[in-house]
Design a protein around this ligand. Structure first.
Ligand code: UDP
Ligand code: MN
Length: 566
């Protein structure tokens, strides 16, 4: 009996130990993978493991590599590995791992910016979201923010891990924060499911406590004096949403390159729903060092008053994945009473990658779907142009329910898209407004002028193709009030006295000037020739030829204003 009792006791104790260990494991697991802000004490076992990874990694960093933002290079095998990495990740990951995380950069600002005194007490929460970004690149982003922001202006840095699958971005990153960034006000949340960049930023915003929120991509480097002018402007104007000048960090050499200290561009958009960089139109604005009006923003880097962010409708939470949210926010800010500005004395570098190193769940075209959402909500009738590019999305259920966003628009009493175009972006070309003629441009043989799928940023021949039975953007041309035969940004121009090229519109008539005659000819006064389809194969470029009044020189536009003829 005694013996039996003793055995039972032993079994009980064993059982208790097993249960205890199990509970310990569960607790550790929960701590590591919860959505809470970190700051926990890691068990010694993990600590040693992480230290064993971090130590050698830190030892391999090459002092002064990439110092002052100079282009950096590696040698031998590592150089070759770097080239491979560039092809795979659109980033030289090998080089980044060797470069100091707190590298020094030159002060890229216009020298006159240094004379400004900003005396702001506002505090910023910097929100950095990431999905499978390189650890060293994320850490360099964090270090640059810490080193370049006055203590009094930095409330906290919130990292949002959009459920990365890269192991380094879980325990190791947390460990780095608890050990190397102790007392630096860095917090991290790991999302349980991948939410896409829009909802990931929203998660960060919900935790923010600073007066201002500054969103940054996870591959940026802030430079000297970057934060003060942003905060100072918001202090003076709560409804101003601000973008720094975004400099280029080269994906291969990590060189910090600028366009000089005076020239920079602001944001525009194309009717296909893409963000574009555009030149500042107003001469006075070009010379200013104070904030300059920007019709749109690129989206990855911006500062906004925290309360204003929520009042003006934060983000469209039903936008998935990546893309479109920046134009949605830009239009909304302007139309609903805010301002969007570029701040020339604030500069932040961003690694521009040639492609996205990550994939999207279900291969969905989230950029297209998100843009369809914003087109329906914010663009009024002007959405017709976007849907000419994306006819399949116009009445497609994948676009989702828009009730809440439309309600928001009426609740905030926002202005029309026409108002936005006329007042904020008057230089934007509207293909069917204030033009002589527009639509398809046909020959008597059912052939049409066609851009032959010319990419938006390229130049190429003004082509000829079978007319489509529907209005496709590739066959949509306008005869502008300036006499340009044009698409959105490209104009037909004569070169080599015969060929006709679609090239960037320069607005000075000359070789881009055309006159439409009542007899159907499209006349080019500079060369004294007429647009001709004679002997042009389908899929090739049209030419100008001596005016002969033949069928090959007859053209009709789908829509003509009476004033078109000369
Ligand atoms: N990102 C994310 N979840 C995603 C896709 C992207 O958190 O599903 C992050 C990404 O890591 C980056 C930011 O969102 O920090 C913006 O993405 P990216 O830099 O690829 O966009 P781009 O600058 O090319 O427009
Ligand atoms: Mn980016």
């Amino acid at each position: 009996m005694l013996l039996k009792y003793g055995r039972l006791k032993k079994i009980h104790i064993k059982l208790l130990i097993v249960v205890f260990i199990l509970i310990l494991y569960v607790l550790v697991y929960l701590k590591l993978f919860n959505n809470d802000i970190s700051g926990f004490n890691l068990p010694l076992k993990f600590e040693n493991e992480f230290e064993a990874i971090l130590g050698p990694y830190e030892a391999k960093i090459i002092e002064k590599l990439g110092n002052n933002g100079e282009p950096a290079y590696l040698w031998g095998d590592e150089a070759l590995e770097g080239e491979k990495a560039l092809k795979k990740f659109a980033l030289n990951t090998i080089l980044s791992d060797r470069m100091p995380l707190d590298r020094k950069l030159k002060d890229p600002r216009n020298t006159k910016c240094k004379d400004f005194q900003y005396d702001t007490k506002l505090k910023a929460t910097v929100i950095i979201i990431f999905y499978n970004e390189l650890l060293s690149v994320i850490l360099r982003t964090i270090w640059s923010v810490i080193l370049q922001s006055p203590e009094q202006n930095l409330q906290e840095i919130i990292l949002v891990d959009d459920s990365s699958t890269d192991e380094n971005l879980k325990g190791l990153l947390d460990y780095y924060i608890t050990t190397r960034l102790k007392d630096k006000k860095v917090k991290i949340i790991h999302l349980k499911n991948r939410l896409g960049l829009i909802r990931a930023r929203l998660q960060g915003a919900r935790l923010a406590t600073g007066d201002v929120m500054i969103f940054l991509d996870a591959h940026c480097e802030a430079t000297k004096g970057w934060i003060e002018p942003l905060l100072a402007r918001i202090e003076e104007e709560k409804s101003a949403v601000l973008v720094p000048i975004i400099d280029v960090i080269e994906a291969n050499t990590l060189a910090y390159s600028t366009n000089g200290d005076t020239t920079y561009q602001v944001g525009g958009f194309s009717w296909s729903g893409h963000f574009t960089w555009i030149n500042i139109q107003d001469e006075a604005d070009k010379k200013k060092l104070t904030p300059v009006k920007s019709p749109t923003m690129a989206g990855g880097l911006f500062a906004i008053d925290r309360k204003f962010f929520w009042n003006i409708g934060s983000y469209d939470e039903q936008m998935d994945g990546w893309g479109g949210e920046n134009l949605e926010m830009s239009f909304r800010i302007w139309q609903c009473g805010g301002r969007l500005e570029t701040v020339p004395c604030s500069r932040v570098g961003h690694i521009f990658r040639d492609f996205h190193p990550y994939t999207f769940p279900n291969n969905k075209d989230t950029h297209g779907i998100n843009t369809a959402r914003l087109a329906h909500v914010w663009m009024d009738d002007y959405k017709r142009f976007f849907f000419m590019y994306q006819p399949g999305l116009e009445n497609n259920p994948v676009v989702g329910d828009l009730t809440h966003r439309k309600q928001l628009r009426s609740k905030l009493r926002c202005k029309s898209f026409k108002w936005y175009l006329e007042n904020i972006y008057p230089e934007k070309f509207v293909p069917d407004e204030n033009v002589y003629a527009y639509g398809q441009v046909k020959t008597p043989f059912e052939l049409c002028l066609d851009d032959l799928q010319l990419p938006e940023d390229k130049i190429g021949p003004l082509g000829l193709y079978n007319c489509h039975p529907y209005t496709a953007m590739s066959q949509f041309f306008s005869l502008s009030s300036k006499g340009e035969l044009r698409k959105e940004n490209v104009c037909a121009e004569v070169f080599s006295s015969k060929m006709v090229q679609l090239t960037e519109c320069h607005g000075h008539k000359r070789d881009q000037y055309w006159v439409f005659h009542k007899n159907g000819t499209i006349y080019h006064p500079t060369s004294k020739k007429c647009l001709s389809s004679e002997n042009i194969d389908i899929g090739k470029g049209v030419v100008v030829d001596k005016c002969k009044n033949t069928v090959y020189q007859k053209w009709t536009f789908t829509n003509i204003n009476a004033t078109a003829y000369n």
